[in-house]
Design a protein around this ligand. Structure first.
Ligand code: HEC
Ligand code: HEC
Length: 509
């Protein structure tokens, strides 16, 4: 009898042990991402508070298929691939590489999150027609600054095998824009990315026979439609979000060739005013996401929401009634799919694990001490407060008066620093504010201020940029050679030596 009981107990114990072991990941409390109330409250209102932002319903969202992460393979600059590479690729089976049930420890989640960071969102079939176009593509890529690494690989895009015999070029992963290829070939994930994705996209589109066979009118109409979906902001009527209309048929082959590594015309922004790509270090500590602080980050779940919105559910949001890319009636027809909550959780954990690389350049201690003293004396610390070198607050854009209730709801440092208000007042990413960015890792950025007009930290403290006769050292909108780069009038009066010390100090952070 006693033996029977202990056997039952043993079996019971084993079952409990097995169940608890195999479901250990439930210890990870994966937040529910698509919650309309939370989506609404994570967005700051637009400067015009009468504008309503709406989201795809929870019921619809839940029915969209989850993206499946398959093992990917390197994409070589055409001509650099090993012999027989494409024949080999045509004969491998898809391998699913993100399996939620296998993730037990934090380290597992972070590692799996990296796969999601690299997971393409769009796919271009590498069929025989496309393979025969590759040499022409390679020429155009190289002519526009798209280079392979030492092994001949273009590290920002991949080859995906989602079906045996159907290799595809996988594009538009987080890593495509948020990874920086250093001159020595090192890849810094989470740095200000330096792939010229817009030029790449232009080349892919305009080399496609589908585009080449179309009439000029049709090409232009398609271009306008596409850009309207990305940028049109119905409650604002000015040049800022309709600048794509400046493009004429003869420009179509080279649109975005003026864009530079480190800036990106992100959806919901503007065609002709790209945004400088932020680095993603110390991300967990940031209270606001986007240069405009358009989104709150109250916890990991808001970062997860940010990721699925920006890749690409926000294209199906309603902007006061305008839906750039309406979802099909049947969720099964929503081909882009969505990240699962577990994928987003892993992705966010990966992003939180990223550490800012230290500047390999060393500066004399005396110079850094002097720079630090100037940084304090000039009041930089009131906004770029250590240890994050930001006080995590928002400053009103030029021309925006924060409503009284905002002082209770948000962290506001109520001084406008006077940079171009366009992104925050005239786009679907607007809020009326610009957030104070962290200066950690600034040594490795090449596009300063939210609109990336300045190439160097030194340029920020050069008062000649306030003149309309100034030639911006970095991004310039189409057809513009000279323009003022207004705002952020701090540290302008310093002597040359003091500026050198200040810049050295920033580069040491
Ligand atoms: C096509 C390029 C591109 C892709 C792809 C992309 N991003 Fe971004 N990302 C940007 C740009 C540009 C910004 C700046 C937007 C702004 O400030 O309004 C940005 C901003 C962000 C921010 C806000 C950081 C901050 O402090 O303001 C986060 C977080 C982020 N991206 C994460 C991701 C993740 C995660 C993915 C993949 C799911 C992704 N991004 C895909 C270009 C891209
Ligand atoms: C009143 C708050 C405030 C003060 C004071 C201030 N800044 Fe800033 N700083 C900002 C804001 C806001 C931005 C972002 C502006 C934009 O992107 O349009 C910024 C941007 C920067 C950037 C560019 C970061 C990037 O990646 O684009 C640097 C560098 C910088 N500040 C350094 C300084 C230094 C040095 C001082 C002191 C001489 C200083 N700031 C004083 C608010 C401030």
């Amino acid at each position: 009898m006693g033996r029977k009981i202990s056997l039952t107990l043993l079996i019971l114990f084993s079952i409990v042990f097995f169940v608890s072991f195999s479901t250990r990941h439930f210890m990870y409390d994966i937040p529910k991402v698509w919650n309309i109330k939370q989506l609404e409250s994570m967005h700051l209102p637009y400067a015009d508070t009468s504008i309503k932002l709406g989201f795809v319903t929870e019921e619809y969202y839940n029915q969209i298929a989850d993206r499946i992460s398959y093992k990917t393979y390197p994409f070589y600059m055409p001509g650099n691939e090993p012999e027989g590479y494409y024949e080999w690729l045509a004969n491998i089976d898809p391998v699913v590489n993100f399996k939620e049930q296998d993730l037990k420890t934090d380290a597992d989640w972070i590692k799996a999150g990296e796969l999601i960071y690299e997971l393409p969102m769009n796919f271009i079939p590498l069929d025989s027609a496309m393979l025969s176009l590759l040499p022409a593509l390679a020429k155009r890529w190289q002519a526009t600054g798209i280079h392979a690494d030492k092994k001949g690989i273009i590290p920002f895009v991949v080859i995906s095998i989602r079906k045996r015999g159907k290799p595809e070029l996988g594009i538009e992963s987080c890593g495509m824009c948020h990874t920086k290829q250093m001159p020595d070939g090192q890849l810094f994930k989470g740095a200000q990315g330096n792939f010229v994705a817009d030029r790449f996209r232009n080349i892919m589109t305009t080399t496609n026979p589908n585009w080449q066979n179309a009439s000029l009118e049709n090409r232009l109409a398609r271009f306008y439609d596409f850009n309207k979906s990305l940028y049109y902001t119905p409650w604002v009527n000015n040049e800022y979000q309709e600048s794509y209309k400046k493009i004429k048929p003869e420009d179509l082959l080279t649109t975005h060739y003026d864009q530079l590594p480190g800036v990106q015309s992100r959806n919901n922004g503007s065609f002709d005013h790209p945004i400088s790509i932020p680095d993603l270090y110390n991300l967990k500590e940031r209270k606001y996401l986007d240069k405009t602080g358009h989104n709150l980050q109250r916890g990991i779940e808001d970062l997860m929401r940010y990721a699925i919105l920006n890749q690409n559910m926000n294209m199906s949001s309603s902007y006061n009634g305008f839906i750039p890319d309406p979802v099909p009636a049947d969720p099964a027809d929503y081909k882009r799919g969505k990240f699962s909550d577990a994928q987003l959780y892993a992705l966010a954990k990966f992003l939180y694990s990223l550490k800012s690389p230290k500047n390999p350049a060393k500066f004399p201690v005396k110079l850094l001490e002097k720079g630090k003293a100037i940084f304090i004396e000039q009041g930089c610390v009131s906004c770029h407060t250590p240890p994050l070198y930001t006080n995590n607050k928002l400053t009103p854009a030029d021309g925006f008066e924060p409503p009284a209730d905002h002082f209770k709801k948000y962290s506001i440092f109520n001084i406008s620093i006077g940079t171009d208000p366009g992104l925050s007042l005239y786009t679907r990413r607007g809020s009326g504010y610009y957030k104070i960015p962290s200066l950690i890792g600034a040594w490795n950025r090449t596009a300063f201020l939210h609109d990336g007009h300045l190439a160097n930290l030194e340029d920020l403290f050069d008062s000649s940029r306030f003149s309309p006769a100034y030639t911006p050292t970095y991004f310039k909108p189409i057809g513009v050679k000279q323009m003022a780069v207004p705002g952020h009038p701090f540290g302008m009066e310093l002597t040359k030596d003091e500026k050198t010390a200040l810049v050295a100090f920033i580069k040491s952070l």
